[in-house]
Design a protein around this ligand. Structure first.
Ligand code: DNO
Length: 367
């Protein structure tokens, strides 16, 4: 397992690479070129510069989150072929610079959705929360509330240029139901996965967050059935999942460790985070520690360990603690605590794994 940390680049992240380097056991950065408009080819010089910057700080750059998918591909417009060609060129360019995993999502219009970016927890820290009643109305209300409470930062998937066209996008998606979206995803995967196989990059789709249809838009990655369908679209180790424990765990019907055991060989990248259920499917996020949330992080790490997970992991959204201000979900301190905890669980699993007969060993030495 290689522990990593998401970083938004020196222009957009107030967290410095040198600070990330000091988190014990953090080996790499999950990065992206956030300013390249969706659909355009990522130029080699820019990828090279980012890689050099990360390596100069003593870290690795092997995971990209995300190369986003142009809406024309998701809608299935004739122009999709041009955007797929661009996507393929980006994959080739990234492979040249040693990238091993690309995280992406296939969510229409909105990426992850939260209704509160500064939900106050009893200890005075704040975290992200989701209340379903708040997404039953006009999507522009939620856009406004995200923009007002994001501390001036652009959140991934909530780029202003994208949000400016939201009304038009809703019109463009009007004929796209779940079946059509799935067919468009299959078309995309059929085109790109053979290239990934050639160049050695694993694609890792991120679950829908939260895992339910929103604003009448279809969603393709919510549960086990969806995962089976995605595997079937193109069965290859290069067609994999970003296993986000929080996103899948937001639906209490999803048995997160069981999903890891079933799809373990298709998981090159893990987002590890905890959430706490409120009523009616609502939830807030929490510190990573099992006892702070509703997910058993030990069982999750154990399932990963049992399936021989050797991919990349990053802590996911953290709380704002110790007076830190910054991009909601993406501060330094609580994610660093998350890493330390996850690494601790992993070390215990590693050291315990060669001692399956421990109880009888203790018994015999006591005799
Ligand atoms: C939110 C993130 C998502 C994720 C994308 C992947 O914090 O987990 O925005 O990066 O869905 O494409």
């Amino acid at each position: 397992m290689q522990m990593t940390f998401r970083w938004y680049g020196s222009n957009d992240d107030k967290i410095k690479l040198s600070e990330i380097r000091q988190i014990p056991g953090c080996k790499g950065i999950v990065g992206a070129l956030f300013d390249i408009p969706v659909g355009e080819v990522w130029p080699k010089e820019r990828i090279a510069a980012l890689k050099m910057q990360v390596e100069d700080a003593g870290l690795k750059l092997e995971v990209i989150e995300s190369v986003n998918i142009h809406d024309d591909i998701k809608i299935g417009l004739p122009s999709r072929d041009k955007y797929i060609e661009n996507y393929i060129q980006t994959i080739r360019n990234l492979a040249e610079y040693g990238i091993k995993v690309i995280c992406y999502n296939f969510m229409p219009i909105f990426d992850w959705v939260r209704t509160d970016l500064a939900y106050e927890l009893p200890d005075g820290s704040t975290d992200l929360a989701f209340e379903h009643k708040k997404v039953e109305g006009d999507p522009s209300d939620i856009i406004k509330s995200v923009e007002d409470s994001s501390n001036g930062y652009v959140l991934p998937g909530w780029e202003p240029e994208r949000l400016a066209q939201v009304k038009q996008l809703f019109k463009d998606y009007s004929g796209v139901d779940e079946e059509k979206l799935a067919a468009n995803m299959e078309y995309f995967l059929q085109a790109i996965i053979p290239v990934c196989e050639q160049v050695g990059i694993k694609m890792a789709i991120h679950p829908d967050d939260p895992p339910r249809p929103l604003f009448g838009l279809p969603r393709l990655f919510k549960n086990r059935e969806d995962m089976l369908r995605i595997v079937k679209m193109y069965d290859s180790p290069y067609n994999g999942f970003t296993f986000c424990t929080g996103s899948l765990g937001e639906n209490p019907k999803n048995d997160v460790p069981a999903l890891i055991r079933e799809f373990g060989d298709k998981i090159p990248f893990v987002h590890a985070r905890n959430i706490k259920f409120l009523t009616d499917g609502d939830f807030h996020e929490s510190a990573h520690l099992s006892s702070e949330g509703s997910l058993d992080m030990y069982e999750i790490m154990k399932a990963l360990h049992d399936v021989g997970f050797d991919g990349y992991m990053r802590p996911d959204h953290g709380r704002m603690i110790w007076g830190e201000t910054g991009r909601p979900g993406y501060g330094l301190y609580d994610r660093a605590l998350g890493i330390t905890y996850l690494n601790g669980l992993w070390e215990a699993l590693e050291k315990g794994s060669d001692k399956p007969n421990k109880p009888s060993a203790v018994h015999s030495s006591a005799q």
